[in-house]
Design a protein around this ligand. Structure first.
Ligand code: FES
Ligand code: FES
Length: 218
């Protein structure tokens, strides 16, 4: 299983398996960081020493039509000139360097790209960035506070709620929304309200347990 290339984290920016994590990184370190950052980001940055772009103002040059918007992402304000056709997912990944949010189907069918916009779960691949002027966006990178994982991130680790980790950022953001919406009265209810988030590895039982654990913590 471990040698199956189809199970390796995939860097969709390059369409190829991400680089292996160096031997000095323990499995637990890797697991925790996968939950916090979406895995691919950490694996590639550890391997290359690269750091995400943290610009507060950025632009997309040479394209039209271009719109300008101001939005807050994980508490940081950004003023951005962006092609009107750019999705929120591509804005996050390509222009703000927040690659924790994953691109799966790019068609609203898998939930890998789930983020919160003004507290509501959205498929960022189907959301036009230019329509979000004044919005507050929360992604998986913003959950960790003061070096401590969000309770749901910790629950994913505790419950072993992932294998490849590719769906995990979307599952966690959807779970955060599910808990905030109060849709956690039973395992069946959680399954229903998390049903838009697919897991190719079939970790559904453990994902539901993780959401239950975090919901119980209040
Ligand atoms: S990438 Fe957005 S729903 Fe699949
Ligand atoms: S853990 Fe692999 S797709 Fe969900």
């Amino acid at each position: 299983m471990a040698d199956d290339p189809s199970c390796a984290p995939v860097d969709l920016r390059r369409g190829a398996p991400a680089e292996r994590v160096p031997a000095h990184i323990s499995r637990r370190t890797f697991v925790v960081a996968t939950v916090a950052l979406g895995g691919v980001t950490l694996a590639s940055s550890v391997a290359t020493g690269a750091t995400p772009r943290s610009a507060t103002e950025s632009g997309v040059a040479g394209r039209s039509p271009v719109g300008r918007l101001a939005l807050t992402v994980n508490g940081e304000h950004h003023t951005i000139a962006v092609d009107n056709r750019v999705s929120l997912l591509d804005l996050l990944r390509e222009h703000l360097g927040l690659t924790g949010t994953k691109k799966g189907c790019d068609a609203g069918a898998c939930g890998a790209c789930t983020v919160l916009v003004d507290g509501r779960r959205v498929a960022s691949c189907l959301t036009l960035a230019v329509r979000l002027d004044g919005a507050e966006v929360d992604t998986v990178e913003g959950l960790e506070k003061d070096g401590r994982l969000h309770p749901l991130q910790q629950a994913f680790v505790d419950q072993d709620a992932f294998q490849c980790g590719y769906c995990t950022p979307g599952q966690i953001m959807s779970g955060v929304g599910c808990i905030a919406e109060g849709r956690t009265g039973s395992a069946e209810e959680i399954r229903e309200w998390m049903s838009g988030n697919l897991c190719r590895c079939g970790c559904y039982v453990n994902i539901v347990r993780a959401v239950e654990q975090a919901a119980d913590q209040g």
